[in-house]
Write a new protein. Structure first.
Length: 578
C-alpha cells in the first residue's frame, strides 16, 4: 500500500465542505514518518503544506503543493486532493483530467472512494466542453489559454471548461493563428486553424549568455532550443527561456523589423516563484514588468519578489496589480476588468431600425372644442379617448443619435350629452333645447422623428416626433328643442357631418426597452401629444334641419375641435435593428 494512505480524499473533502459551511476546518492529519527516499520525503512535505493550506481556505496555494507532491512522488491522496482543489477553483477540465487519472492509476482504492471519483467524473463532464482543432499545418504548436496542449494533429479534441478561451496555433514560417472560442457545456466546437505562409518576415536569433541549452519560447510557443534562429513576423515579440526545474529567464521583449536580423541574449537564473494570471475578459492583454506576455491566461516562473502585472482590453478600464512572489510559492491572480462605459466598443455601429408602436390616447382637458367647453350645468362629457398605431423606420449612428420617418393612423372620440343648444328656424327666434354630440377624430399620420438611444441590455430612447395628421372631425348630433309655434317639443337627428381636418403635431417621447435577442427589442413608453389645428372644422351653418312646427332651421357654426389639443399616450412597441 502506498505511504500516507490514511490521508485520504475523504478527509480533504470534509475540510472543503466544512470551509464552505463556515465551520471551523478540521486539523490536518499528520503525515507518516518519512522514508529514506528523498523524493518521498519531499512529496510528503508538499502534501502536508497542502493540507494546512486547505484548512486555511487557500485552495490555489494548496493546489500548487499537491501538484508538486504528485510531481515528486505520485500518490492517490495527492491526486484526489489536487482534483478537489481544482474543482473548488472551478477549473473543471483540469479536475476531470485528474479524476480520470485517479481512477486509471490507482485502481485498488476502496469502493467508496472509487464511487465518489466516478460521480465526480460524471458531473464534471457536464461542466466541460471540447475544442476540435482542424486544418492546421502538421507539427504546428497548439496552446489554449497559455497552456501548451500539443502539436497538430492532436490525438483528441482539447478538453476545457465552459466559457471563453484563447486558442493559438503556431508554426515557424507561418502567420500565427489566434481565435477566441466560446465553449458551452457538453459542446464540441470545431475550429479551422488555417495558417498562412509569412509573406514578409524578419529573423530572430536567441542565445543563452553562458552557452547553456534551454527551451526557447517565443510568444508563448516553444520553437526550439538555444541557440535558436528563425523567421518571425515584424513587430514586438516576447521571449522566455525554460530550463530544468526552477531555472529559466523572465519574459523579455524584442522588436523585429522587416527583412532585418534581431538578436537577443538572455542569462539563465533560478526563478523562485511562479504565477498564473487569469484575466477577464479571456482575451485581455497581459503584461508583466512592462513586458507584454500575450493575450489571455499566462502561467510561468518569475523571480521571487515584487512584480507589476498589467491587464488591458479594448472597451475596459485597464488594471494594474502588484504581485509579491515568495520563494517556492505559486500564486494565482485573477483580474476582472470593468467595462469602460465611454468606450466606443459598446456603441453599436450605425444601423437601420424599424419599429412598430401602439399607444392609448387620453386627451386632457378635452378634444371637443366649443362643444365641450360649453358643457356645464346638467351637461356631461366623457374624456377624449383613442389610440394610434405607427410604423417608424430610420437610421441610428454609433453615438446613439437617430432619425427617420413615421407613418400611422389615429382614432379618438368624445361624447357631450345634454348640452344647452339652439336651433334657429329661418327668420324666427331660436328654438332652445339640448343636444347630444358624438365627436370622432380619425386620420392618417405622416412625419419625422429624431432621438437618442442609451444603453444596451436595457436601452432607453429619447425621441421627438412631429408631422401632420390629415383626416376628418365628425359630429353625430341629436337633440330635443321647443318650437315657437304652439310651444311644443320636437326631436332632431341623429344628423352627422365630417368636415376635413388637418393638424400639425409634436410628440416628445421617452421609452424603455429590453433586448430579447440579436437586434430585437420590446419597449414601453409614454408620449405627450400636442395637436395644432391648421383647419378649423365646425358645424355647417347652412345645412338645413327640420325644426318641427317651425319649419326649417340651422345650427350655429360651433367649432368641433380645440385650436390646441393635448394628450398623454402610454404605449408598447417592438423594434428591430439590422
Amino acid at each position: 500500500m502506498r505511504p500516507w494512505v490514511f490521508l485520504s480524499a475523504v478527509a480533504i473533502a470534509a475540510a472543503l465542505a466544512g470551509r464552505a459551511s463556515a465551520q471551523p476546518p478540521p486539523a490536518a492529519t499528520t503525515a507518516p514518518a518519512p522514508s529514506a527516499d528523498d523524493a518521498k520525503i519531499q512529496a510528503r512535505a508538499h502534501f502536508e503544506r497542502g493540507v494546512a493550506l486547505v484548512n486555511e481556505g487557500a485552495y490555489r496555494a494548496a493546489l500548487a503543493e499537491f501538484l508538486e507532491s504528485r510531481h515528486q512522488y505520485p500518490t492517490r491522496n495527492a491526486t484526489s486532493n489536487a482534483a478537489l482543489c481544482l474543482r473548488k477553483l472551478e477549473r473543471f477540465d483540469e479536475a476531470l483530467d485528474l479524476y480520470e487519472a485517479l481512477l486509471r492509476d490507482f485502481s485498488e482504492m476502496p469502493a467508496d472512494l472509487r464511487a465518489e471519483a466516478q460521480r465526480a467524473v460524471a458531473e464534471l463532464r457536464q461542466l466541460s466542453g471540447t475544442i476540435d482543432v482542424q486544418g492546421a499545418e502538421p507539427d504546428a504548436g497548439v496552446t489554449l489559454d497559455g497552456r501548451v496542449r500539443g502539436d497538430f494533429p492532436l490525438l483528441a479534441p482539447l478538453r476545457t471548461t465552459t466559457g471563453s478561451h484563447v486558442l493559438r496555433v503556431y508554426k515557424e514560417g507561418f502567420e500565427p493563428f489566434e481565435a477566441r472560442v466560446e465553449v458551452a457545456a457538453g459542446q464540441t466546437v470545431r475550429v479551422v486553424a488555417r495558417l498562412r505562409p509569412l509573406a514578409e518576415a524578419g529573423r530572430l536569433r536567441v542565445t543563452e549568455a553562458s552557452g547553456k541549452v534551454l527551451a526557447v519560447v517565443v510568444d508563448g510557443n516553444t520553437v526550439g532550443k538555444t541557440p535558436w534562429e528563425g523567421s518571425v513576423p515584424p513587430g514586438e515579440h516576447t521571449v522566455v527561456l525554460r530550463g530544468e526545474g526552477a531555472f529559466g529567464t523572465q519574459p523579455a521583449s524584442v522588436p523585429v523589423r522587416l527583412h532585418e536580423n534581431a538578436q537577443l541574449s538572455l542569462s539563465v537564473e533560478e526563478l523562485g516563484g511562479s504565477v498564473r494570471i487569469v484575466p477577464t475578459p479571456a482575451g485581455a492583454t497581459v503584461a508583466i514588468d512592462s513586458v507584454t506576455v500575450g493575450h489571455g491566461t499566462w502561467e510561468g516562473r518569475l523571480r521571487a519578489g515584487a512584480h507589476r502585472v498589467e491587464v488591458a482590453a479594448e472597451g475596459f478600464v485597464p488594471e494594474t496589480r502588484r504581485v509579491d512572489l515568495g520563494q517556492g510559492r505559486h500564486e494565482v491572480v485573477g483580474v476582472a476588468l470593468r467595462r469602460d462605459p465611454e468606450s466606443a466598443v459598446w456603441r453599436r455601429p450605425p444601423h437601420f431600425v424599424v419599429e412598430a408602436d401602439g399607444s392609448f390616447l387620453i386627451f386632457a382637458p378635452t378634444l371637443g372644442g366649443d362643444l365641450a367647453h360649453a358643457c356645464g350645468g346638467a351637461c356631461s362629457k366623457s374624456p377624449g379617448l383613442g389610440g394610434y398605431a405607427a410604423l417608424r423606420g430610420g437610421y441610428e449612428l454609433r453615438s446613439g443619435i437617430g432619425f427617420g420617418a413615421t407613418v400611422g393612423y389615429l382614432y379618438a372620440r368624445q361624447t357631450v350629452d345634454g348640452r344647452a343648444a339652439a336651433l334657429t328656424p329661418t327668420g324666427e327666434t331660436p328654438d332652445l333645447g339640448t343636444a347630444d354630440d358624438r365627436l370622432t377624430l380619425r386620420g392618417f399620420l405622416a412625419g419625422a422623428w429624431a432621438g437618442l438611444s442609451l444603453g444596451e441590455r436595457f436601452p432607453v430612447h429619447l425621441r421627438l416626433g412631429g408631422g401632420a395628421l390629415i383626416g376628418s372631425m365628425g359630429d353625430l348630433r341629436s337633440g330635443t328643442f321647443r318650437a315657437n309655434a304652439g310651444n311644443t317639443s320636437y326631436s332632431v337627428g341623429p344628423l352627422g357631418i365630417a368636415p376635413n381636418a388637418t393638424f400639425v403635431y409634436l410628440a416628445p417621447e421617452v421609452r424603455a426597452g429590453v433586448r430579447l435577442g440579436q437586434g430585437f427589442e420590446l419597449s414601453a413608453g409614454i408620449e405627450l401629444w400636442a395637436l395644432f389645428a391648421v383647419s378649423k372644422p365646425a358645424w355647417n351653418p347652412t345645412q338645413p334641419i327640420n325644426a318641427g312646427p317651425d319649419g326649417s332651421g340651422t345650427f350655429p357654426a360651433d367649432g368641433l375641435v380645440s385650436p390646441v389639443s393635448l394628450a398623454i399616450a402610454p404605449g408598447l412597441g417592438a423594434r428591430y435593428d439590422f
